[in-house]
Design a protein around this ligand. Structure first.
Ligand code: TYM
Length: 335
């Protein structure tokens, strides 16, 4: 009997700071749960980070830290293809080719572009605008079936599908059309200080986000300070953005439903609830923090992992890139 081919998964994360609880619950935790069932590729999207001005020494350090954090989060480099984006030149090459199939109008509509250009008015660069073409290249190079991301990336995924369809329409079936994969809980973790905004690692207010390496005491304190409302009931309903967010986090971490959470905290105040959320998050993150600390002493191992990852990724991505170059009519180099 023919064995069924595993579906392929690809996802990436920018090394713009220590990962947040949002990154973890929205993406990385799902990546981990997929590693046995699927063929997975995960990478540190350092080229994407250049769209916002970075301190070079800092970026270099954060890229290594980010790779180590992926390992510490339980992703196994023997089971998954794990690499750093800039180590695989095919990403930049296909990114360029796909920019030539991306339309000004559709790129202008991207929410992330609008948000980031408002935030960095002095540096609205072409890379920021073209960001989705590079992201499409990341995904399409590996012929991914599924892309596990948080809800904030939906628009970029739709764009990827549009570009892939446009390209396939012109040249035949070159790219697999990927689907987004969103976890049941945690797909949109909001800021603890402004629960109408997503939790982000680049937020200037440290109390707005939980880093996965925050000290346990800091985590509980940040939850204690989380913005809620003037009511007292722990219940999930419209208008209670802060409580809804905390319930979402607690549910993602404990597996309890919203009703169960409401019952658990019936008659208790927000104070008790916030502490419980903080403590549950501390327990969830504890093994990651311990493994991260251990990996700090395993420099050679970490380096060997991303070296091997880049070699395999270059091979896989190279196959798609060659096909693309041939289709669009680029003359192959002489042998
Ligand atoms: P990035 O680095 O902003 O975030 C990495 C992942 O974390 C998810 N995420 C969240 N999920 C829930 N709640 C939040 N508050 C939250 N904040 C972030 C993101 O949805 C993402 O899944 N463009 C991507 C990186 C990228 C990529 C790719 C992803 C580059 N190429 C190819 C997938 C496939 C980004 O900036 O993610």
């Amino acid at each position: 009997m023919e064995t069924e081919k595993k579906k392929s998964i690809l996802s990436g994360i920018q090394p713009t700071g220590v990962f947040t609880l949002g990154n973890y619950l929205g993406a990385i935790r799902n990546w981990k749960s997929m590693q046995d069932e699927f063929d997975c590729a995960y990478f540190v999207a350092d080229l994407h980070s250049l769209t916002v001005r970075q301190d070079p020494a800092d970026l270099k350090k954060r890229s290594l830290d980010a790779y180590r954090m992926l390992l510490a989060s339980g992703l196994d480099p023997e089971k998954n293809l794990m690499f750093i984006q800039s180590h695989v030149p095919a990403h930049a090459e296909l990114g360029w080719i796909l920019s030539c199939y991306s339309l000004f109008g559709e790129l202008s509509r991207m929410t992330q572009f609008k948000d980031k250009s408002a935030k960095h008015e002095d540096n609205i660069n072409a890379g920021l605008f073209d960001y989705p073409a590079l992201m499409a290249a990341d995904i399409l190079l590996y012929q991914a079936d599924l892309v596990p991301v948080g809800a904030d990336q939906t628009q970029h995924l739709e764009f990827t599908r549009d570009v892939a369809n446009r390209f396939n329409g012109l040249y035949g079936d070159v790219f697999k059309i990927p689907e987004g994969y969103y976890g049941k809980t945690g797909a949109r973790v909001m800021s603890l200080q402004d629960p109408t905004k997503k939790m982000s690692k680049s937020d200037t207010n440290q109390n707005a986000f939980i880093s996965i390496l925050d000290d346990p005491k800091v985590i509980v304190n940040k939850f204690k300070r989380a913005v809620t409302d003037s009511e007292t009931e722990v219940a999930f309903r419209e208008g209670k953005d802060g409580i809804n967010n905390l319930m979402g986090i607690y549910s993602a971490v404990t597996g309890k439903s919203m009703d169960e959470i409401t019952q658990e905290f019936a008659g208790k105040g927000y104070g008790d609830f916030k502490i419980a959320v903080g403590e549950a998050v501390v327990e969830e993150l504890r093994p990651i923090q311990e493994e991260y600390a251990r990996l700090l002493t395993e420099k050679d191992y970490v380096e060997a992992c991303y070296k091997k990852g880049a070699e395999t990724a270059a091979y896989v991505a190279g196959k798609t890139l060659s096909k693309v170059k041939k289709k669009v009519g680029l003359l192959p180099p002489a042998k």
